[in-house]
Design a protein around this ligand. Structure first.
Ligand code: AR6
Length: 205
């Protein structure tokens, strides 16, 4: 296994197309790697849901498939008790992780990309901060995020990466929590976008 430095952080692995960057922001260890969100051994994984909370494709489909029916049962209860008209974009709710390795799933609804002039960046940043607020409130120590909105919702991944890293860095520097955050990208394009965004953030641009 080779290792190398770069991209505003330390590359801890470099095996075939898999790589990971490790960063440290006010004591929070932040990793960027390629993988499947449903495999993550963390306290909570974040779901790129839609406002119905009733499941869908992409990350949402994978989480419900592998996590089993208890996740959907809790989503139904949350809809009827708290969000009868659906979860607004930028907000987050938490359920069991069901059969996943993660104990919890945090469901958040990203913005649909409409060219960038409709507040998409603010709403996307809200997805990360409201998810982290739940992590802190419940006292979870580790959370893994997919690249919210960059699939069916069409948000360009290079722009989304900057928003995601910036929002998480802001939160952990303010709140000093959680100890571990992972960004899990499904493919090489996403991984490169996050590595580049990390490098930009490290340079302060
Ligand atoms: N692990 C990690 N990343 C994944 C996985 C996985 N198993 N599967 C896909 N991705 P998307 P969105 C990547 O479409 O854009 C659903 O139908 C994918 O390559 O899951 O927020 C919901 O119900 C992409 O980069 O979420 C909503 O209706 C990223 O995850 C809608 O899609 C997000 O892609 C939400 O769209």
């Amino acid at each position: 296994m080779a290792s190398r430095r770069g991209a505003g952080g330390r590359h801890i692995r470099d095996r075939g197309c898999k790589a990971a960057v490790l960063l440290s922001w006010r004591g929070t260890v932040v990793s960027i790697s390629m993988g499947d969100i449903t495999d993550q051994d963390v306290d909570a994984v974040v779901n790129a849901a839609n406002s119905s909370l009733m499941g869908g494709g992409g990350v949402d489909g994978a989480i419900h498939r592998r996590g089993g029916p208890r996740i959907l049962e809790e989503c139904r209860r949350i809809r009827s008790e708290s969000w009868p008209d659906g979860l607004p974009s930028g907000r987050a709710v938490i359920t069991t992780g069901g059969l996943l390795r993660a104990r919890h799933v945090i469901h958040t609804v990203g913005p649909v990309w409409r060219g960038g002039g409709h507040g998409e960046a603010r709403v996307l940043a809200d997805c990360y901060t409201s998810s982290l607020a739940l992590v802190k409130e419940i006292g979870l120590a580790s959370v893994a995020f997919p690249a919210i909105s960059t699939g069916a919702y069409g948000y360009p991944v290079s722009a989304a990466a900057g928003v995601a890293l910036g929002a998480v860095k802001g939160f952990v520097e303010r709140e000093g929590w959680p100890p571990a955050v992972s960004f899990v990208l499904f493919g090489g394009e996403g991984l490169r976008a996050y590595e580049e965004a990390a490098a930009r953030l490290a340079r302060g641009v």
